[in-house]
Design a protein around this ligand. Sequence first.
Ligand SMILES: [Zn+2]
Ligand SMILES: [Zn+2]
Length: 558
Amino acid sequence: MSYLSKYKEKLLFLPIGGSGEIGMNLNLYGCDGKWVMVDCGMMFADDYTPGVDLILPDPSFVEEEQEDLVGILLTHGHEDHIGAVPYLWERFKCPLYATPFTAELVMGKLREAGIADEVTLHIVEAKKAFDIGPFKATYIPLAHSTAEGHGIALETSKGTVFHTGDWKLDQGPIIGPECPSSALAALGDKGVLALVGDSTNVFNEHSSGSEADVQANLIKLVKDMNKRVVITTFASNVARLETIGAVAKATGRSLALMGRSMQRILAAGRATGYLKNLPTLVDEAYIDDIPKDKILIACTGCQGEPRAAIARIARGEHKAISLAEGDTVIFSSKIIPGNELTLGALFNALVEKKVNVVTEKDAFVHVSGHPGRADLRQMFEWVKPQSVIPVHGERRHLERHAAFAREVGIKKTIVPQNGDVIEISDKGLRRIDTVPTGRLARDGSETVPINDINIAERRRASLSGFITVSLVFDGKDKLAAEPLLAIMGVPRGKDDVFYDELLEAVEEAVERMSIKSRRTDFDVEEVSRIAVRRCCRKLVGKNPGVATLITRRRDMEL
Ligand SMILES: [Zn+2]
Ligand SMILES: [Zn+2]
């Protein structure tokens, strides 16, 4: 029996990812027996999962509900909103919806994953309502740090919900329409049961600021520079790329865009009507032929990613360009919490070359793509929601967002956690159930649970090393030879002593076992593991992973 059959008369909101974390947004709305998904994103892994790049929301619940899932509405093209599509779509097999620029990015991902032919991707026209199962959806354009940010008004038989997506207010957004206050106010006039919205920047009491102001300030800054200037930013920030183009024009510099992701966004942008005003672009091979004060270089790596262009330039490993005394690197981006150490090392490497480093802390070179509290207040005034559900944030962001909504008079709020099934009605918000959620890791070309044994083993090995023991038993279950040990990543003290003592410890422990238990592989592995660990703790203070290989030579008797 489908999950929704017991909730036929209700409008439900169910976050699977993105409530309690910034990243991997995946939300479901349920009504009249059908689900619609809003966004299907991923997040980047941290040191807890060594060797894993991407984390995805666990879609098991949705997979079971596949028959009732009418489609996936993608709000915009950031990885935390579309990044999981190529890995999870096989489990949903439903149509996708996106506006042209986002669709272009999604299509690129589907092609790379080899599933472009299987997926139906509908191109949506903003501001035009369309039916998707029992829902009526309207994409409402909002400014954000990439092209085509959208909120989605979702009309249902039980009332309307406004899912804001990622947004900000910007009177000079450089690309896209200015904030459609009239569309939002009209939505509010018709009545909105709940606003489900972006909490990322709730700790900023002001408005998030305008891209046009960043542009003016960058032009002023670069005008005073007479050597080489590099600006790093997120490639997906299309308005910022337009800004960088304007800076090049205003300061009489040619422009070079470096890095694969810059080229990808350039192609997607141009295919859908953006980035048409950039000055003629210089191929990176010719950068050195241009006087230093006549070139502006835009590149990736604003978070210190080691393989990105700016990190390679800082290490002196970039083929096309090098930086020298008096050159400047402007980090036109937010320093994302958690990246401070990596970025600090990158700043140091540049400063060592006597290159000037300018970040958002030194000058006005960046504005956020998410709403400060002044923007939230304005949005609430336009949309006049009866209730507010904060999403897209860690717990502290969500709690602050809910508290702010109450401060400005919206009394009905709830702070959701992934897996909470929330009923939305004109009586308010009510948590009526919880479904299982979790995280998956993209490990090599496999998608595995985050607590997969392989990842746990790798974590242990990366912290404490790993020792493999090989034991050979003869036909009478006695050791037929000295054990062999392969030691990886364990401090060895005086090598011979360490190896010999470990070997002796294993040998003694096995010989103390009864003949009967020596016949059981599991028992032998346990005894070997305990002996190795105890010995390692005593000798070098480490607790490594241990594997034991057992060979039984029935033909042998010594
Ligand atoms: Zn975004
Ligand atoms: Zn986002």
